[in-house]
Write a protein that binds this ligand. Structure first.
Ligand code: ATP
Length: 287
């Protein structure tokens, strides 16, 4: 049996860090939404009882450290599945980019194997299992647009933002999320207007969304990598209606509802950056 699952990236429309917890995680409050930049995962059952993994991109592990492998292993062990599975990831989402590439692969494997192995788990049950792999996995299981609190697993779903283009630039460096958290000065954060952003989304007020795009991690990533700040400035200069960094970076994205402006942004950025993408915002739950 064989199945192809799409694993879309997420971007953060807002990202706030509320505090550090005793268990080492941080409490966050962020609005996440899915975009149509997706890995394509092929799942194939194997006769031999093993998990095989292959990826089209060199910088991603092809062993038990791959989050997609971890997802398959977790399900296999929890439900005592004695059949094997081959996972082939056609990687389109930039790696270590702030787009939850690994988490969305893991989530897609959970959804795909739930069907292949006929486990009949609900999306909520899959999300709970996904949390054992990483904080962003529960959101990636569902997709859509949500306010995420706690470690990122407490999800409140809200409507999709109005249709728009998303122009993403991944500057040529990887950023470690752990590193950025360690450098954040929690006492000096300028907190995003999360409730204002939710109201703007509910009112389908595109301009209101653009002016409220904000991420507390920007200052830290910009300090470590001044080029990322320059990319943001260029994107604003080239006509992005709203521009912000996603996750801990270094990906910066711009929103616009104007197709020719999206193309102009893409062409201007392509002149000096290798990884530039123009995609549609998805914002709706999977399935
Ligand atoms: P986050 O925003 O959740 O921190 P990210 O988008 O910044 O994630 P990823 O692309 O998920 O970063 O990669 C982070 C690390 O995870 C990399 O070091 C990568 O080698 C590892 N990794 C494990 N599995 C995968 C996968 N399936 N796809 C991409 N990276 C993976």
């Amino acid at each position: 049996m064989q199945k192809i699952v799409k694993a879309p990236a997420k971007v953060n429309l807002t990202l706030d860090v509320i505090g550090k917890r005793d268990d080492g995680f941080h409490d966050v409050e962020m609005i996440m939404t899915t975009v149509d930049l997706a890995d394509r995962i092929q799942l194939k059952t194997l006769k031999e009882d093993q998990i095989k993994i292959d990826v089209t991109q060199g910088f991603v592990p092809t062993n038990e450290n791959n989050l997609a492998y971890k997802a398959a292993k977790l399900l296999k062990d929890k439900f005592s599945i004695d059949k094997g599975i081959s996972i082939f990831i056609d990687k389109k989402i930039p790696v270590s980019a702030g787009l939850a590439g690994g988490s969305t692969d893991a989530a897609a494997v959970l959804r795909g194997l739930n069907d292949i192995w006929e486990l009949q788990l609900s999306m909520e049950e899959l999300a709970e299992i996904g949390l054992e792999i990483g904080s962003d996995v529960p959101f990636c299981v569902h997709g859509g647009t949500a306010i995420a609190r706690g470690r990122g697993e407490k999800l409140e779903f809200i409507p999709a933002p109005p249709p728009c283009w998303v122009v993403l630039v991944k500057p040529p460096m990887g950023v470690s999320t752990k590193d950025i958290y360690e450098r954040l000065n929690l006492k000096e954060l300028k907190h995003p207007d999360t409730s204002g952003m939710v109201a703007a989304i509910q009112a389908q007020d595109f301009k209101g969304i653009c002016i409220r795009l904000e991420n507390v991690m920007e200052t830290v990533t910009f300090e470590l990598h001044p080029n990322v700040k320059k990319v943001k400035e260029k994107m604003m200069q080239y006509g992005g209606d709203g521009v912000v960094m996603s996750g801990s970076g270094p990906t910066v994205f711009a929103l616009t509802q104007n197709e020719s402006r999206a193309v102009r942004l893409y062409n201007s950025l392509k002149g000096f950056m290798e990884q530039v993408y123009v995609v549609r915002l998805l914002g709706k739950k999977h399935g």
